[in-house]
Write a protein that binds this ligand. Structure first.
Ligand code: FHN
Length: 449
């Protein structure tokens, strides 16, 4: 269990008290503290789960943007909770799978755009406790995470197709799913959001991050107000960039930024431009924290018809690629309606976990490496160490060159520690390698400064 000292109640109460004061958060220098665990963790599990899994359709969009891919009417979709009864749900098994994958935090959909709450909110009847399952699934998962020392964050959708103050629910969601902030009742929806955030941040223990998903025109959700409400309850809860104000980290969705993100450039599902030239290496001050979220197939929710699974090799390469540009990787699962996570997801997560068992020193707590955009390999860095992740084995020699390549004292295989001969002149380095790649997915070489 990783030291979570930042979360000891006394310290948190102190920080919460201080955070309530206008100057506190950044003055405390807590910022570093705030993100330290996140920068160390690097790899998390995203979970999209709800009654939509019963129909094996994507979360919420089938009623927002009806499509042939998911032929379900709004009426049928809204009736799915009456059939939702995941009797095989085992929260400890979810946490154990994340751990087996090497994932160091989890982010769970407490409420997606359809407005259905996977927690027992006092402010709506459209919730898990009004299904045949009856039990508070967020509560179950939070307890399992606490038992296992697994940091837990909550995905919370500001858009809410079910709430009559978010949109005129007498109309089909396909007509007004983006919300109607000019209606006189809109402020009631913001009240509802704040009340639910209070429930999520006061009833389920430490919440390490809030993952908002505001879609378009996010300013209508008064992000400043929601940030204040969150910080006043749990000062160190990180908040992403999807409620109209920057927050703590960018959220490129289903893609990797072409270059290392820098402050001032928004990245999410529609904003992809980092605004820097390829392979630009920013200073630590310029660097902007970021996290790519991605599906293992092409659907966030459980979809029995989506067999487009990425290979474990592809997913390992993506994890390395994300880390090599200083990012976090939030890899998603969509559990089945019975509560089981399908075998294809488990196999790939366990395969990544096997690779992480041998190579996690080259991922956890690292940042972007000194060599960017090289052919066939990527680099991460931690302190005076640089880790070279070789994807395509070059044969018996690897050439590494970069403008400000640090001077190294030794080179070795990360797994097993076998020393490797190398020559280094200015920004160029040649490393002697065995003819065969020791690892079929990615072989890591450790260069020690
Ligand atoms: O619409 C959602 C989608 O269902 C999913 O939740 C992703 C996850 O980041 N975000 C939205 C699309 O940008």
């Amino acid at each position: 269990m990783r030291d979570m000292s930042a979360y000891k109640p006394s310290r948190r109460e102190l920080l919460t008290l201080l955070a309530a004061s206008p100057f506190a958060p950044r003055l405390l220098g807590a910022e570093t503290d705030y993100t330290a665990w996140y920068r160390e963790a690097k790899f998390g599990m995203f979970i999209h789960w709800g009654p939509y899994s019963v129909a094996s359709v994507e979360a919420s969009w089938p009623i927002m943007r009806p499509s042939k891919e998911f032929p379900i009417t709004e009426e049928q979709y809204r009736a799915l909770p009456q059939q939702f009864n995941p009797t095989k749900f085992d929260a400890d098994a979810f946490v154990a799978l994340a751990k087996a994958a090497g994932q160091k935090y989890m982010v769970f959909t407490t409420k997606h755009h359809d407005g259905f709450c996977m927690f027992d909110s006092a402010y709506t009847d459209y919730k898990i406790t009004n299904t045949p399952y009856k039990k508070d699934i967020v509560g179950r998962l939070a307890e399992a995470c606490q038992r296992a020392g697994m940091p837990l964050g909550f995905y919370y959708s500001p858009p809410d197709m079910n709430h009559a103050a978010f949109r005129d629910t007498s109309k089909p969601a396909s007509e007004n799913w983006n919300g109607e902030p000019t209606r006189s009742v809109w402020p009631l929806y913001l009240d509802y959001m704040e009340l639910q955030l209070r429930e999520l941040l006061t009833r389920y223990g430490d919440v390490v991050l809030i993952w908002f998903d505001g879609l378009y025109n996010q300013r209508k959700f008064d992000g400043e107000r929601m940030h204040r409400a969150i910080r006043a309850l749990q000062a160190q809860t990180l908040i992403n960039n999807r409620i109209g104000i920057p927050g703590d980290f960018e959220t490129p969705e289903q893609f990797l930024p072409a270059a290392i993100p820098v402050k001032g450039k928004k990245l999410d599902w529609e904003n992809r431009d980092t605004g820097t030239k390829a392979n630009y290496i920013p200073t630590a001050d310029e660097f902007r924290l970021w996290e790519t979220c991605m599906t293992i197939n092409n659907t966030w929710a459980y979809n029995k018809n989506d067999q487009a699974f990425k290979s474990s090799r592809q997913l390992i390469h993506t994890l390395v690629e994300v880390a090599s540009r200083g990012g976090n990787f939030l890899l998603n699962v969509g559990p089945q309606p019975d509560g089981i996570i399908q075998a294809e997801f488990q196999e790939r997560l366990r395969a990544i976990g096997k690779w992480m068992e041998r190579n996690n020193a080259s991922i956890y707590g690292t940042t972007y490496g000194p060599v960017q955009g090289a052919k066939g390999f990527r680099t991460t860095a931690k302190g005076r160490d640089v880790f070279v992740h070789v994807f395509d084995w070059p044969g018996t020699e690897l050439n590494v060159s970069a403008e400000n390549l640090p001077k190294f004292g030794s080179a070795s295989m990360l797994e097993g520690g076998q020393p490797l001969e190398f020559k280094q002149q200015d920004g160029r380095m040649t490393i002697k390698l065995p003819s065969e790649a020791p690892d079929p997915d990615a072989t890591v070489i450790r260069l020690q400064g």
